[in-house]
Design a protein around this ligand. Structure first.
Ligand code: F0G
Length: 465
C-alpha cells in the first residue's frame, strides 16, 4: 500500500477552539504581534515546537499509575534507568527535569572561561549554558549544512577537517566535543554514523570525550537507515545502539524522542564526572533517583523509549513532515532542503524579498499564517538572533519560519489545512509588510518583544474558520 497511515487510533481527544479571522486579527494585535503572547486556546494548529507537545500512548498513561514517588530508590527510577541503558548503554544515568538542566550541570563541570566546546551546531540553550561559564561555543557544521538548497543526505554532519584543526591547536582547552542529533538549528538534519565515528576517532587521538545532544536520536537513526550505505537492513534499535556505542556520554530532552511532556537526563561513563554531576543535581534538581521529576514521569519515559524506536511510528513521523515540506515546495514556497525530521523550515527571506531582514520577514510570515488560519510557527531569524551584545542590530544568517510537528498529535487533514492556509498567504505574499520592535528586553528578546506593523494593515478577504 502507498498510503502511510497514522499507526494509532485516537481514544482521547482535546477539542480545538475555532476562531474567525477577525477574532485572530484582534488577538494578535492584543499580543503585540508576538505569537509567544497568544493564549494557546486561541491557536488552531500549534507548530511552535515539537518539545513536550507529544501525545502519550495508553501504555504511557497506564505507566503513570505505576509511578512510585519514594524520595530515594524509587522502582520507577530503576525502570527508567533500564530503559535508557537498553538503548544507550552508559554507566551512569542521571535524570533531570528537562534537557537544559542536563546541559547546565554538564557545562558547569567541564567548561569555564578558557574552554572551547565545538558541536555541529549547538542548540540555543546549550550555547547559553556554555557561554554562561565563560567558555566559547563553536559551530562546525559542514558547508552544505549552511546552504538551505543543498540536498546533502547528512547536512547535520560535523566538518571533521575543522574539528581536526581545532583539536590540533587547542585540544587542551576542549573538555568535550558535542554532536547534536538531529541538528535542530540547522533544519532538523541528521548526522551519519560515519561522521560520528570520524569525530570519535579525532577525539580519541586527543583524549577528548565525545557527547551527543541526543534529543531526536530516533529520527536521526531512521535517516541513517534510509540514507547511509550498509544500514538499510538494520533495525532502528540496533542503529540507535551503534550511535551511542561510539560516544562517551549524552544530554537528552525527553520532551522530544522519549514521547513525554517533561523530563531529560545526562548519561555518561566517567565515574568522577558522574559523582560531581550527582552532587550538582542534588543542589537544584533533586535526589539522583528522581532528579526534578516525579516517579510517574520516569515511568512515562521508560515506556516512551520503547515506542519511539517502532519503525511504523518513525515511517509515519517522517512521512508527515515530508508531506508538508513537499506540498510547500510544489507550491513554490522556498524551504530548507531536504525536509528535516521534526519540522519544516520556510525560507522567509526568499519568500518575502521585499521585506528587509531587519523588518523581520520571518515574523511577518508568522503573523500572516496566524491571522489566516490560526497556525502558530516560530521565527528563527533576525528577531531571535539580530540583537548584538552592544545593543546594535545585525541581520541573522537566515530568516526562517519553523513549523515544528508535535509527535502523534495532528492528523493528515490538519496538515492539509496548514497547506491550504499557506496557499492563501502565498497568493498575497506581496501584500505582507515588515514589522518594527517597539519594546524588547536585553536578552532572548523573541519571547517577549512587542511589534508594530510598518504599514497600515491591508484589509484581507474573510476566509473560512
Ligand atoms: N537540544 C536541542 C537540540 C533542542 O532542540 C532542545 C530544545 C534542547 C537541547 C533543550 O531541551 O527544552 O528540554 O530544555 N528544543 C526545543 C525546541 C525547545 O523547540 O526546539 P529542553
Amino acid at each position: 500500500m502507498d498510503t502511510i497511515i497514522e499507526p494509532f487510533r485516537i481514544k482521547s481527544v482535546e477539542p480545538i477552539q475555532l476562531t474567525s479571522r477577525a477574532e485572530r486579527e484582534r488577538l494578535i494585535q492584543d499580543a503585540h504581534y508576538n505569537l509567544f503572547n497568544l493564549h494557546a486556546d486561541d491557536v488552531i494548529i500549534d507548530l511552535l515546537t515539537d518539545s513536550g507537545t507529544s501525545a502519550m500512548s495508553a501504555a504511557q498513561w497506564a505507566g503513570l499509575m505505576q509511578g512510585n514517588e519514594s524520595y530515594a530508590g524509587s522502582p520507577s527510577y530503576f525502570r527508567f534507568e533500564e530503559a535508557v541503558k537498553d538503548l544507550m548503554p552508559f554507566e551512569h544515568v542521571i535524570p533531570t527535569h528537562q534537557g537544559r538542566a542536563a546541559e547546565r550541570i554538564l557545562m558547569g563541570l567541564v567548561a569555564g572561561p578558557e574552554a572551547k566546546i565545538p558541536s555541529n551546531t549547538h542548540f540555543d540553550t546549550t550555547r547559553a549554558n556554555i557561554e554562561a561559564t565563560g567558555a566559547e561555543a563553536l559551530d562546525l557544521v559542514i558547508e552544505a549544512g549552511r546552504d538551505p538548497d543543498r540536498k546533502h543526505p547528512f547536512k547535520g554532519n560535523m566538518d571533521l577537517d575543522r574539528l581536526a584543526a581545532l583539536l590540533e591547536e587547542h585540544a587542551d582547552r576542549v573538555p568535550l566535543v558535542m554532536l547534536t542529533v538531529t541538528n535542530n538549528t540547522g533544519g532538523g538534519q541528521p548526522v551519519s554514523i560515519a561522521n560520528i565515528r570520524g569525530a570519535k576517532a579525532l577525539c580519541d587521538e586527543h583524549d577528548v570525550p565525545l557527547f551527543l545532544d541526543a534529543c531526536r536520536f530516533a529520527e536521526n537513526a531512521y535517516f541513517i537507515k534510509e540514507r547511509e550505505d550498509g544500514y538499510g537492513s538494520q533495525s532502528v534499535e540496533s542503529i540507535v545502539r551503534e550511535m551511542f556505542s561510539h560516544v562517551d556520554g549524552m544530554t537528552m530532552s525527553a520532551k522530544k524522542d522519549a514521547l513525554v511532556n517533561i523530563g531529560g537526563w545526562l548519561a555518561l561513563n566517567d565515574d568522577a564526572w558522574a559523582r560531581e554531576a550527582r552532587n550538582q543535581l542534588i543542589l537544584t534538581e533533586g535526589f539522583p533517583t528522581y532528579g526534578g521529576l516525579a516517579g510517574r514521569d520516569l515511568e512515562a519515559i521508560a515506556v516512551g523509549l520503547q515506542e519511539i524506536v517502532d519503525e511504523d511510528y518513525l515511517e509515519y513521523r517522517m512521512a508527515s513532515t515530508r508531506y508538508l515540506g513537499e506540498a510547500l515546495t510544489e507550491m513554490g514556497v522556498p524551504i530548507v532542503q531536504p525536509v528535516g525530521g521534526h519540522a519544516v523550515y520556510v525560507d522567509a527571506k526568499r519568500l518575502l524579498p521585499h521585506i528587509d531582514p531587519l523588518d523581520y520577514p520571518g515574523q511577518a510570515l508568522a503573523v500572516a499564517l496566524y491571522t489566516t488560519g490560526g497556525i502558530r510557527g516560530v521565527e528563527i531569524g533576525s528577531v531571535m538572533f539580530g540583537r548584538q551584545p552592544d545593543g546594535s542590530e545585525e541581520p541573522a544568517d537566515q530568516e526562517l519560519l519553523r513549523l515544528a510537528i508535535p509527535r502523534r498529535v495532528y492528523t493528515q487533514s490538519h496538515v492539509d489545512y496548514v497547506i491550504e492556509c499557506f496557499e492563501n498567504v502565498y497568493e498575497r505574499r506581496d501584500e505582507l509588510c515588515g514589522y518594527e520592535i517597539t519594546e524588547e528586553p536585553p536578552q532572548l528578546r523573541h519571547f517577549t518583544a512587542q511589534f508594530r506593523p510598518k504599514e497600515p494593515e491591508v484589509v484581507h478577504r474573510e476566509t473560512e474558520t
